[in-house]
Design a protein around this ligand. Structure first.
Ligand code: HSE
Length: 427
């Protein structure tokens, strides 16, 4: 058997860390056969040494710096999350000549360009497959097998919590708050769900993917972001009636020499491959100029799937170490020029309450038409209980800024009591 060793220092031993440790132990023989290397976790840095754990206490330390400064450790696996102290520790590890594997989407979204340049300069591996899409291989295919393509569009369901909530809302006819409370009780959603439901998690992930696809770091401050709190079961019901489902999508597309990156709930045609990615599953759909449509899906979170991505990265490190060269620290430059959402041309779903007056539909259509927005599919429901109409329609393609002005023109004068909901549409 092999006599090569890869000595790992792990930062963090939560769900992903314990899964990765177990996978390295359980599958040691086959990993060793494939790599010729014994990958061994020799030290694990934790925050709280009083917590009961399933490994002997000797392997743990609360001194995280001692791991990134330990000359006997050649690869650091960072699983703490957040930027502080994770980013400082990763930088120190790289400066000290250690390869790094991380699952940290926030760190890569904010500091990816700097870190990959540092890794490249030091001729080290820096891998982050687990940062996006858990166990689904997304980053390596984008960096390698798909890299010859110009990406024409990329859309992803990149957050399992929100996809679970939206799927439950759709299948059970339940409202957002109800499903969120139930998901929190079951431990599927965090007590503070902001990161997931307000779209931050998806924003980090789509920024990382866009940065790789377009070769320059997309600043997260340039990403348009909307979460799913305002989605109601009524919108779900109408989506279904019109042949759509509602998904929280991270979307990126080139616009001339810029890129537009956005995160928002989307009316997605039931015929789109992402529409059938349900529950906690994640999916990424890419349209490349030569490859055409490519679709990835699988488990985007959880101990075992994320461990699978971390261990896959470690196997890459082992192979690259064996041949004496760094693998996938593909550098991308800083400052991707971005395009604002205002110039987006999209179709929109709109739901409004109107007075029961003659010609109200015509007046609404005229008011919107004055801003260049025309109506595509319409259906009128009378809510007898309130004795007022609920009008739902999809627009034809319109510019985002025109649509915003058209919505503002839907006032009392044209018979509109309130605009209840607007959602962008993707075919
Ligand atoms: N909170 C994330 C999710 C975990 O729900 O998908 C994986 O990044």
């Amino acid at each position: 058997m092999a006599d090569r060793k890869l000595r790992i220092g792990m930062l963090g031993y939560g769900t992903v860390g314990s899964g990765a440790y177990r996978m390295l132990v359980d599958n040691q023989a086959s990993i060793q056969a494939k790599t010729g290397t014994h990958i061994e976790v020799v030290r694990i840095g934790i925050k709280d040494s009083t917590k009961p754990r399933d490994l002997s206490a000797d392997i743990f330390t609360t001194d995280l710096d001692s791991i990134v400064n330990d000359p006997d450790i050649d690869t650091v696996v960072e699983l703490i999350g957040g930027t502080d102290p994770a980013c400082r520790l990763v930088e120190t590890a790289l400066v000290n000549g250690k390869n790094v594997v991380t699952a940290n989407k926030e760190m890569m979204a904010k500091h990816g360009s700097r870190l990959v340049h540092l890794a490249k300069a030091k001729r080290l591996d820096l891998h982050y497959e687990a940062a996006v899409g858990g166990g689904i291989p997304l980053i390596q295919p984008l960096k390698h097998q798909l890299a010859g393509n110009d990406v024409l569009k990329m859309m992803g369901i990149l957050n399992g919590t929100t996809n679970y909530i939206l799927t439950e809302m759709q299948q059970e006819g339940a409202d957002f708050a109800e499903v969120l409370a139930e998901a929190q009780a079951k431990g599927y959603a965090e007590a503070d769900p902001t990161n997931d439901v307000d779209g931050f998690d998806t924003m980090y992930k789509i920024s990382v993917l866009a940065s790789i696809a377009f070769g320059r770091q997309v600043s997260i401050s340039d990403v348009y972001r909307e979460g799913i709190r305002r989605i109601s079961r009524t919108d779900m019901k109408y989506a279904d009636m019109l042949g759509y489902t509602i998904k929280l999508l991270g979307i990126c597309e080139p616009v001339a020499d810029r890129v537009r990156v956005r995160v928002h709930p989307t009316f997605l045609s039931k015929t789109h491959p992402l529409a059938s990615v349900n529950g906690v599953y994640n999916g990424l759909w890419i349209n490349g100029d030569f490859v055409g449509d490519v679709m990835f899906s699988g488990r985007g979170a959880g101990s075992d799937p994320t461990a699978s991505a971390v261990v896959g990265d470690l196997i890459d490190v082992a192979r690259n170490t064996a041949i004496g060269g760094p693998g996938s620290a593909l550098p991308y430059d800083a400052d991707m020029p971005t395009e604002s959402i205002d110039s987006l041309k999209s179709r929109y779903y709109i739901r409004l309450r109107s007075y029961d007056r003659p010609l109200v539909l015509g007046k609404i259509a005229t008011a919107m038409g004055e801003h260049g927005v025309s109506i595509a599919a319409m259906e009128m429901k009378t809510l007898i209980l309130h004795e007022q109409g609920e009008i739902v329609f999809l627009t034809d393609y319109a510019r985002e800024s025109d649509f915003a002005n058209a919505v503002k023109s839907l006032t009392d004068e044209v018979g509109v009591i309130s605009v209840e909901s607007t959602i962008r549409v993707e075919a």
